[in-house]
Write a protein that binds this ligand. Structure first.
Ligand SMILES: Nc1ncnc2c1ncn2[C@@H]1O[C@H](COP(=O)(O)OP(=O)(O)OP(=O)(O)O)[C@@H](O)[C@H]1O
Length: 312
């Protein structure tokens, strides 16, 4: 028999007074997967991650973590680590002292070496500096080190890339990918679809407390529908005239009201775009740029979440 799902949530509902933060959420995360959670502000991502960390209990629905049903008592499920709303750290202690304090709190529980996890997240050089002077990105890395200290089988991270510079992000992505390669499961939230694309095999999108998509990223891209494309050519006027003549191709109204505007935004099915390129080249107009205004993933995200907003 294979390993049980790392997360199996069914019909999860969570309210804060009159606010329905989660409204019948289903979530399945296979072991060893890096699963992304995306959604507009206030969609319910942090609330959901908090439930996985045992910081709160659902009002309704069933939740199984690493094969064990979550009981009606607040406690971090065994094998789970991570943070929501930023890592909890002691500012007056050094990075190393923070981790030592956490290891001591865990008593006899299994922990990784403090130096090992500091090295893994790239904080060895500042291990003896006080956290008070750490940047947001350094705190995020230390939060990750604190979670790694427990050798988690499920790592839950709320916007772990927040505040990280590109090199820091790459480093953290490497840590998470290695962890998943070793069999651990990661569930993380992000507002950046490009980050999720770089890291995750599957994503779940929530909007106003409901799941509007869950599945592989390739399936999400396919939901993007027709995209807007930026077109830059050597002859903007000719491009506008030719684009207007291609069946099923639309020129976005807000793009280039001037006939000689350098960039034209066009929208239509791929064969219509192909036809436009053929006509441009035939007339000797060079195509300098033809690219989606937003990526297919971003477009799908916007379409799905806007649909949900307008259907409320
Ligand atoms: N402790 C709380 N008390 C009252 N309302 C809450 C509490 N926590 C969350 N909410 C509400 O629940 C909804 C979901 O919030 P949540 O923080 O889960 O969203 P989110 O998707 O993480 O948002 P963001 O992207 O802005 O971090 C929001 O309307 C929020 O105001």
């Amino acid at each position: 028999m294979g390993r049980p799902a790392a997360v199996r949530a069914q019909g999860i509902t969570k309210c804060f007074g009159d606010v329905v933060a989660l409204d019948g959420v289903d979530l399945d995360v296979a072991p060893g997967q890096i699963h992304g959670l995306a959604g507009p502000n206030g969609a319910g991502k942090t609330t959901l991650l908090g439930l996985l960390l045992g910081l709160a209990l659902p009002d309704d629905g069933s939740l199984e973590i690493l094969g064990t049903p979550v009981k009606r008592a607040l406690a971090a499920p065994d094998g789970v680590a991570g943070f929501v709303d930023g890592p909890g750290l002691y500012p007056s202690l050094t990075a190393r002292q923070n981790l030592a304090a956490l290891a001591a709190l865990r008593g006899g529980a299994r922990t990784a070496g403090i130096d090992d996890v500091l090295g893994e997240v790239g904080l060895t050089d500042v291990a003896d500096d006080r956290v008070r002077g750490f940047s947001l990105g350094m705190r995020q890395r230390l939060g990750l080190a604190a979670a790694l200290l427990t050798r988690p089988r499920l790592l839950v991270l709320d916007e772990p890339a927040n505040g990280l510079d590109p090199a820091g992000k790459k480093h953290v992505h490497g840590v998470l990918t290695r962890l998943a390669d070793q069999g651990a499961t990661v569930v993380l939230s992000s507002h950046r679809m490009d980050d999720l694309e770089a890291l995750c095999s599957e994503v779940t999108i929530v909007a106003t407390g409901r799941v509007v998509f869950t599945g592989p990223l390739a399936k999400l891209s396919a939901e993007s529908g027709e995209l807007d494309y930026r077109l830059r050519t050597s002859d903007p006027e000719a491009a506008r005239r030719l684009a207007a003549g291609v069946p099923r191709l639309r020129i976005a109204e807000d793009s280039g009201t001037r006939p000689d505007a350098e960039v034209l935004v066009v929208c239509g099915p791929v064969p219509a775009l192909d036809e436009l390129v053929v006509r441009l080249v035939r007339e000797g107009v060079a195509v300098r740029e033809l690219a989606p205004v937003v990526s297919p993933l971003e477009a799908a995200f916007l379409a799905l979440t806007e649909q949900r907003e307008t259907s409320r």
